[in-house]
Design a protein around this ligand. Structure first.
Ligand SMILES: [Mn+2]
Length: 369
């Protein structure tokens, strides 16, 4: 197994392991609106810890009050996840997986605040992690990769159930090994997991060939209104609450729709918007090239990676489009003298800050994506 040896990562894993060693009760939680990496990493890490420390109490939490999305309910242990708002304990250790920003913990933020110590295992860029110990490596394809490497670090035997959870994490976060983050490391770890009992066909049958008819009807609506501009380089579409009512599709089923929008030939950047309760719009941004969409998401109060980012906008679809389309267009209009795309041509202070951030090293070992 040639999973990369990374001395700093090993050091950080050792410190996280010490925190676990010194804790009796451990709560694990991923981000709000959990995806395959969030759920797979939560369940995988829970099983890894219980395998290495069978006498500890390890609870997997859900940040929201919603049930586990149907397509992920096949993951072993998903039925035993506890809604954070129903969990009244004060754990010795709170571990965030697949997020480093406390506000994305939703209901679980209170559990984190009640906990004695905190740790983070994540692959989202984060300048200011809130935890006592953290392993944050943005160039890792998925948090599932890091949890698998943590298991190797601990010398834990990767059981078929651990492998199934972590394979789901990696396969979904790489878009079935199709996105730019599908690197040799993700294939190496996935190979190890399949060797340990993960089944690519199980993942595919449950996650990618398991759509409800109502979702497909919604997808048809979204496809029908895909719009392109900037010479076809930018594509966008959206789903309204009325669309959901008309088709009978549910909000959590919309997560993959940005992939339909990005699949248009010639498009480089894709935007998908959906109305969510509370007069808000949730936006997903994707880049098919080296254009960095994370800065636009951050300026709108969201975050994410260069090629996959998201935000929540207070307002309706029209207002959200008016806020997002101009900076998206500017991705194709302004290039820094050093050749880097800035994506914001209005405020020289933002440009200077972006440039400083890019050229600055990181003392905490958080490699920028
Ligand atoms: Mn992830």
């Amino acid at each position: 197994m040639d999973v990369r040896q990374n001395p700093e990562q090993e050091e950080r894993f050792s410190r996280i392991a010490e925190l676990i060693e010194g804790s009796g009760t451990i709560a694990i939680c991923a981000h709000t609106s959990p995806d395959g990496d969030a759920l797979g990493s939560t369940l995988g890490l829970q099983k890894v810890i219980l395998s290495r420390w069978p006498h500890k109490t390890v609870v997997g939490l859900l940040a929201d009050a919603d049930a586990v999305p149907r397509i992920y309910s096949y993951l072993p242990g998903s039925g035993a996840l506890v809604h954070a708002r129903d969990y009244e304990g004060a754990p010795d250790l709170f571990v965030s997986v697949d997020l480093s920003v406390a506000k994305r913990l939703n209901d679980a933020e209170q559990v984190m605040l009640r906990s004695r110590r905190t740790a983070i295992i994540d692959h989202h860029p984060c300048d200011d992690p809130y935890a006592d110990e953290s392993l944050i490596r943005p160039e890792a394809a998925a948090t599932g990769v890091l949890v698998a490497e943590f298991a190797l670090h601990l010398g834990v035997d990767i059981t078929p159930d651990i492998a199934r959870c972590l394979y789901c994490a990696i396969a979904t976060d790489t878009g079935r090994f199709q996105y730019q983050n599908a690197d040799p490391e993700s294939f190496s770890v996935a190979s190890l997991l399949v060797d340990a009992g993960a089944s690519p066909s199980e993942l595919s049958l449950n996650v990618y060939q398991n759509f409800s008819l109502s979702f497909l009807h919604l997808e048809a609506l979204v496809m029908g209104r895909i719009t392109t501009f900037a010479s076809g380089k930018i594509t966008y579409s959206y789903a309204t609450t009325a669309d959901l009512e008309r088709t009978g599709a549910s909000l959590d089923e919309c997560d993959g729709l940005v992939d339909v929008v990005r699949s248009v030939s010639g498009s480089e950047v894709a935007l998908f918007l959906k109305e969510v309760p509370g007069g808000k719009v949730r936006g997903n941004l994707r880049s098919k090239t080296d254009k960095d969409v994370s800065g636009i998401a951050r300026r709108l109060g969201g975050g994410g990676h260069k090629a996959a980012a998201g935000f929540t906008y207070e307002g309706d679809i029209d207002q959200a489009l008016a806020a997002v389309l101009p900076p998206l267009r500017s991705l194709f209009e302004y290039v820094d003298p050093d050749g880097t795309i800035i994506g914001e041509r209005l405020d020289p202070r933002l440009i200077a800050a972006d440039r400083a951030r890019r050229s600055g090293g990181s003392a905490t070992g958080q490699v920028r994506a």
